[in-house]
Design a binder for this molecule. Sequence first.
Ligand SMILES: C[S@@+](CC[C@H](N)C(=O)[O-])C[C@H]1O[C@@H](n2cnc3c(N)ncnc32)[C@H](O)[C@@H]1O
Length: 226
Amino acid sequence: MTRKDDIRGAYKQLGKSASIYDGMMTCTTTLGTAISRIVWGIGPEKNAAYLDWVFEQIPEGFAGSLLEVPVGTGVLTMPLYATLPDAQVTCLDYSADMMARAQGRAAGMGLVNIDFRQGDVGALPFADESFDVVLSMNGFHAFPDKEAAYAETYRVLKPGGTFCGCFFVEGEFARTDWFINKFYVRKGFFTPPFETRESLTRRLTSTYSSARVTCFNSIACFSCVK
Ligand SMILES: C[S@@+](CC[C@H](N)C(=O)[O-])C[C@H]1O[C@@H](n2cnc3c(N)ncnc32)[C@H](O)[C@@H]1O
């Protein structure tokens, strides 16, 4: 089994035993997969493809310091961390409830190299240049102060470190744009203004080197180096 298979197998297990949200994020429950297909036009294969793209930005055997913000329920990344026992991982989220689930998962999987912190991405409680990698999965479309979030994730990354992750961008898949504006924004799950593929590429290129952006329907996956 490859590392990719290990990670996919684990998040499928986690997704099946959890909420609608987790089932949707992992495309592992009937309801979650149906929602993902309807809202995002994404089924299990494309879901796995975008997660693989992001996780491949973190080298196998990575043993440095990694900040994940926001960790949410940890359904996507705890399986990744199970493959990185020598990394020093810090996970942060504003919601103590979401993060409690991630903590429970980490404990259930016997992961001992993860430190959990409740906090705001717009005011990260870490010194400048603390992390080798900053990973942000599905967060920037939710963060209320995106400029502060970009500034803080840049500040805590070491020179030469990698900033990578994924989030919703508008203008790529019309059906998703409609659902986001009609429901997700009104419910407060997502907060405009949203990036487009072009604006995100411009932003990362002007701040970082080696910037890459690839879209899977409306989900932009990105990687760049400070
Ligand atoms: C869509 S979830 C993504 C969670 C996880 N990364 C995933 O992909 O499943 C968005 C998360 O952003 C968190 N969040 C929203 N605003 C935040 C802020 N200002 N600082 C830190 N986390 C925040 C929410 O609590 C929520 O857990």
